[in-house]
Ligand binder design. Structure first.
Ligand SMILES: NC(=O)c1ccc[n+]([C@@H]2O[C@H](COP(=O)([O-])OP(=O)(O)OC[C@H]3O[C@@H](n4cnc5c(N)ncnc54)[C@H](O)[C@@H]3O)[C@@H](O)[C@H]2O)c1
Length: 252
């Protein structure tokens, strides 16, 4: 299992921080060559540099995943650099305004959907034809427990993540006989950069932790481990599925 991704190429969006960064490192340790994409160019370069320093192969790529022109450019850059794209991890995303849904303006709602859902759709559009041609692919979409349960004061984000879940189920069915497997993870509370945001007060933290039977946040590396499993050929009869990552909170 050590070098299970040897010869494979992975593209991870939002890989400058948190879950994406841990995933880029994890896939690289498994032998994949990795495209480290992030809105924050410096962060992407730092992660790619750290991977190279650790003996891996990585390329940094910046850009906004909600920009329609990015996905084809990113896939082309990956193919030019490494010759194939075997693993796509649609991870880039961000939370939304902390206001009730009926007070969210249309531009903010659209932005939430664009960054958290349409971006993944555009990456899929760009990556899937090549995967079909090669007869192999693994796609892991990062959803959220918010997309399963709803999330008060983050309606646009929750709606987008719910869309990620429905899109994953749909794509899993559409690609079921192609050699491409598509799954999603639905994390509840992972200790990423989010914990430094102003809305993540002690009260919010305690209330969220109180709902997690394990009584702690997950670590980005724990998310990366599940993503790596779903990105591997150890998964062969599970597609269009949503994998819980909530410390026992989700029991549906
Ligand atoms: N941390 C959690 O508890 C949690 C829970 C559920 C879902 N998620 C999801 O996990 C994913 C990763 O989040 P994280 O918790 O690691 O957060 P994070 O903020 O540490 O990492 C997100 C990364 O995505 C990048 N990014 C944001 N918008 C982008 C854009 N438009 N284009 C390209 N890159 C962009 C950021 O620069 C950042 O490096 C997100 O999709 C998030 O919604 C996280």
């Amino acid at each position: 299992m050590d070098q299970e991704f040897a010869g494979q190429v992975a593209l991870v969006t939002g890989a400058g921080s948190g879950i994406g960064r841990a995933t880029a490192h994890r896939l690289s340790r498994g032998g994949a060559r990795v495209v480290v994409q992030d809105l924050n160019r410096e962060a992407a370069e730092k992660v790619a540099g750290d991977i190279v320093d650790a003996g891996g192969v990585a390329l940094a790529h910046d850009g906004d995943v909600s920009d329609e022109s990015l996905a084809p450019r990113l896939v082309n850059a990956t193919l030019e650099a490494f010759g194939s794209l075997d693993i796509l991890v649609n991870n880039a995303g961000m939370g939304s305004a902390q206001v009730p849904l009926w007070e969210v303006d249309v531009a903010t709602f659209s932005r939430d959907v664009s960054i958290n859902l349409t971006s993944q759709f555009m990456m899929i559009r760009a990556a899937v034809p090549g995967m079909i041609e090669r007869g192999y692919g693994r796609i892991v979409n990062v959803g959220s427990a918010a997309g399963m349960e709803g999330h008060a004061l983050a309606g646009g984000y929750a709606a987008a993540k719910g869309g990620v879940i429905a899109m994953t189920k749909t794509l899993g069915k559409e690609l079921a006989t192609t050699g491409i497997i598509v799954n999603a993870i639905a994390p509840a509370l992972i200790a990423s950069s989010m914990v430094n945001e102003p809305w993540f007060t002690d009260d919010v933290r305690n209330s969220l932790l109180g709902r997690i039977p394990m009584g702690r946040m997950g670590e980005p590396e724990e998310a990366a481990e599940l993503i790596a499993f779903l990105a591997s050929n150890r998964v062969s009869f599970s597609t269009g599925a949503i994998y819980d990552l909530s410390g026992g909170r989700a029991t549906y």
